[in-house]
Design a protein around this ligand. Structure first.
Ligand SMILES: Cc1cc2nc3c(=O)[nH]c(=O)nc-3n(C[C@H](O)[C@H](O)[C@H](O)COP(=O)(O)O)c2cc1C
Ligand SMILES: CC(C)CC(=O)C(=O)O
Length: 345
């Protein structure tokens, strides 16, 4: 099969992955209400296209915290790429760089923070989960800074692992069994039930004190927390529900985006993720105020299907779908994508 959309890569990945890896990648928490909402919410947003607009010189380039990227699509941090393909993060970081966009390396990656930076062919961000010993985290963040990462993405929605029933049925204990390189999660994360003792808003201040890199908070879903993030001087917010893997029943990323954008009022950059599978999804997110979107599972599907080439295939499909959506909607560039482009039903 020659994949013509991202879902074709999902089918190819399903054929390659064993049940445990498939469930870990694709699953959500509890009843997976939020996981499904991340997709279905896009169907309640309709596009108001404009006609007879000159889109010959279509331009979707932008910047993310000052870094130029060729399209408003960034690779989200996801753990342990070696479960998808032996080339692991080396393949994903290189394919992403070859598409001229940003790769975000997870703290729970299967290659360490320096190996990934050395393999990179483009800009990279580092996603942080704190270690129970903050000195260890300081070293990790500083190693990332020295290795050339351009921002720290601090994930704030995991005081404890969500209740992922597919993994429980497979006896897959992520904190014990994920093949991670930076540290053993079972040692670093505390006892999973005590993890909530680690991170507070003070941790954001601590993070600012140990790095000069810009900081994004990933996992914000409300205006209240967006305002607190601004009080703590973050550089960016990623509106996210962790791909429906943490608290089930929370809003879809695309549903939470407008209130965060309104609260922030241009004072920092706002990104979103969750359920981005089509160029039209990206168009809708940009219309509702995201600077760019992040994609999680589709990149893992591409990696599982065909290594670096599969990752590139996924990202190029999203690029060409967005180009077509912009053309048909009468948007020659990202600045022309404004709230009036969509109607929320
Ligand atoms: C298998 C898997 C592993 C993930 N690992 C991480 C992680 O290590 N750190 C993190 O901040 N988010 C992690 N996430 C969440 C993603 O960064 C992102 O928020 C989510 O996947 C976006 O939704 P999507 O998969 O529908 O695109 C993970 C998601 C998946 C599916
Ligand atoms: C359990 C974490 C280390 C990885 C993660 O964020 C996830 O699986 O969603």
């Amino acid at each position: 099969m020659d994949p013509i959309n991202v879902f074709d890569y999902e089918k190819l990945a399903r054929e390659k992955l064993d049940q445990l890896a498939w469930d870990y990648y694709n699953g959500g928490s509890d009843d997976e209400v939020t996981l499904r909402a991340n997709r279905s919410a896009f169907e309640r947003i309709r596009i108001r296209p404009r006609m007879l607009v000159d889109t010959k010189n279509l331009d979707m380039r932008t910047t993310a915290l000052g870094t130029p990227i060729s399209m408003p699509v960034i690779v989200a941090p996801t753990a342990a790429h070696s479960m998808a393909h032996p080339d692991a993060e080396i393949a994903t970081v290189q394919a992403t760089g070859n598409c001229d966009t940003i790769f975000t390396a997870s703290t729970a990656a299967s290659r360490n923070v320096v190996e990934i930076a050395q393999a990179a062919t483009g800009p990279i961000w580092f996603q942080l989960y704190t270690h129970r010993n903050l000195d260890f985290s300081r070293t990790l963040v500083q190693r990332a800074e020295q290795a050339g990462y351009r921002a720290i993405v601090f994930t704030v929605d995991m005081p404890q692992l969500g209740h992922r029933e597919r993994d429980l049925r497979n006896n897959f204990d992520q904190l014990q069994q994920l093949p991670t390189a930076n540290f053993q999660l079972s040692e670093g994360f505390l006892n999973p039930t005590e993890r909530h003792k680690i991170d507070t808003w003070e941790t954001v201040d601590w993070l600012k004190s140990v790095t000069s890199l810009p900081i994004l908070l990933k996992g914000i879903l409300t205006a209240e927390d967006a305002l607190l993030a601004l009080e703590h001087h973050v550089d960016g917010i990623i509106v996210s529900n962790h791909g429906g893997r943490q608290l089930d029943g929370v809003m879809a990323g695309i549903e939470a985006l407008p209130e965060v954008v309104e609260a922030v009022a241009g004072r920092c950059e706002v990104y979103m993720d969750g359920g981005i599978r089509r160029g039209t999804d990206i168009l809708k997110a940009l219309a509702l105020g995201a600077r760019a979107v992040l994609v999680g599972r589709p990149v893992l599907w591409g990696l599982a299907a065909n290594g670096a080439q599969g990752v590139r295939g996924v990202l190029e499909i999203l690029r060409s779908e967005l180009a077509l959506a912009m053309t048909l909607a009468g948007c020659p560039n990202l600045a022309s994508i404004t709230p009036s482009l969509v109607k929320i039903l």
